[in-house]
Ligand binder design. Structure first.
Ligand SMILES: [Zn+2]
Length: 172
């Protein structure tokens, strides 16, 4: 699966539910897709998991990470649920797409799930629109301020937003 295919699957899901408002209601999407979202404080590095059996789908989220990170993890697990139909259980240690040393960064399924999550939470057309609007505002001067403003309205971490802007070719 290419990065584009994973991103397209996320766009299709947003279209399916007619979502064009921000922030993207990721937990509702999980529920509409038939998953129960379970929050738990896990020990260790586990960030989340996706489990399915028959019609049952459970997305587990570690509450020891911040709220915005939890949203990314939910989106990432929806990615596994949508893209990796053969896997009954996926356990994620740490959804850290920036860490080049992480094994997650080289596992194709993790790359898919991260591309899916980024596209679900930060749809390209909405990012482009908001970047244009932000650029017209005199109170948002400088890259860091724009990134933190965008992170706020998309309800994602600033690092997730920076990475998305680079991937979309908006920033280098
Ligand atoms: Zn994963």
């Amino acid at each position: 699966m290419s990065r584009l295919e994973a991103e397209n699957a996320a766009s299709q899901l947003l279209n399916k539910y007619g979502i064009d408002r921000l922030p993207v209601p990721v937990e509702e999407i999980a529920m509409w897709e038939g998953a129960q979202v379970v929050r738990q404080r896990f020990e260790g590095e586990q960030s989340g998991f996706m489990y399915r059996e028959g019609r049952e789908r459970i997305i587990g989220i570690n509450t020891s990470s911040g709220r915005r990170r939890q949203r990314f993890t939910i989106a990432h697990e929806i990615g596994h649920m949508t893209l990796h139909l053969q896997d009954p259980l996926v356990v994620d240690r740490e959804v850290n797409w920036r860490d080049e040393n992480s094994s997650l960064a080289v596992d194709p399924k993790e790359i898919d799930a991260n591309a899916f999550a980024a596209a679900l939470l930060m749809p390209q057309d909405l990012v482009v629109r908001e970047v244009r609007l932000a650029a017209q505002r005199s109170d948002l001067s400088g890259r860091d301020r724009i990134i933190s403003y965008l992170a706020q309205i998309f309800d994602v971490s600033t690092s997730a937003m920076s990475y998305r802007l680079i991937n979309l070719g908006i920033y280098s």
